[in-house]
Design a protein around this ligand. Structure first.
Ligand SMILES: C[S@@+](CC[C@H](N)C(=O)[O-])C[C@H]1O[C@@H](n2cnc3c(N)ncnc32)[C@H](O)[C@@H]1O
Length: 232
């Protein structure tokens, strides 16, 4: 299964590279735009998953239309979007099928090297085996969410839906494109497999200059987070 997914993601990346040559945009931009479309879909479609997350808020400035493409290129963008969602649909709960491919497109700007998925899974396994982790968790430089996904995957494998439902995650990155991918990864898997976190809070702040002083741009709160005390 894992090999099948990896091959299919390579197909997606190959298709993106071909499209990039054709339309003249960098492949990374096309990848980012596909995730921008998915992010918009999650934000504007919140009614569809309110049984999992009754409270979802987002800064409308972060959910803008994807533009700049010629009309003739839009069909190909839609085809790539369908390919991407098919791959996400085929992945196991919280399996990160994105970071390794995206990492290959990065040039190292802002120290942007994503943790390879095999390593993030190993780190999560090690930390999980080392003892009980708290439910309040944070990843202040999350990139595409490699460590977050590894952590959630481990939490789900060990403790199932109940364990994930207690997790209150804050994630942040200076680069909105990256933290948006991380947001999509967590939310897509959570919705698809009906495994809500207690809460996901997403910031796009500079950790050094203004962390904690800028409001989150996306917050999704499940019933466990909405109902106080010991009700659930
Ligand atoms: C080495 S990458 C690691 C990403 C992720 N934690 C992982 O393990 O795959 C470092 C990340 O920090 C982000 N970053 C760099 N400087 C930052 C700052 N001042 N505030 C917040 N994020 C920052 C970059 O955009 C990049 O995504």
């Amino acid at each position: 299964m894992a090999k099948h997914i990896t091959d299919a993601m390579s197909d997606l990346v190959n298709n993106i590279n071909v499209f990039a040559d054709y339309c003249g945009f960098p492949a990374r931009r096309i990848f980012d735009d596909l995730f921008a479309l998915l992010y918009n879909h999650i934000c504007t479609g919140k009614k569809e998953y309110e049984h999992l997350y009754p409270a979802v808020s987002y800064d409308p400035r972060t959910a803008q239309p994807v533009d700049g493409y010629r009309d003739a290129d839009r069909d190909e963008l839609v085809r790539l979007f369908v390919m991407l969602t098919a791959e996400l649909d085929n992945a196991a709960p919280f399996e990160d099928v994105v970071t390794d491919k995206y990492g290959a497109l990065l040039q190292g700007d802002l120290g942007q090297f994503m943790t390879p998925t095999a390593l993030s899974n190993a780190v999560s396994g090690f930390l999980g085996a080392a003892g009980e982790r708290g439910n309040k968790r944070g990843e202040p430089t999350c990139g595409t969410g490699a460590l977050v996904m590894g952590d959630l995957r481990q939490t789900y494998e060990v403790g199932g839906k109940d364990a994930v439902s207690h997790v209150d995650y804050s994630i942040n990155d200076l680069d909105q494109r990256l933290v948006r991918i991380a947001t999509v990864q967590v939310m897509y898997h959570s919705i698809r497999h009906e495994v809500p976190l207690k809460r996901l809070v997403v910031h796009n702040a500079d950790l050094i200059k203004n962390y904690g002083s800028s409001p989150p741009f996306f917050v999704a709160t499940s019933w466990r987070g909405v109902l106080p005390g010991q009700v659930i």
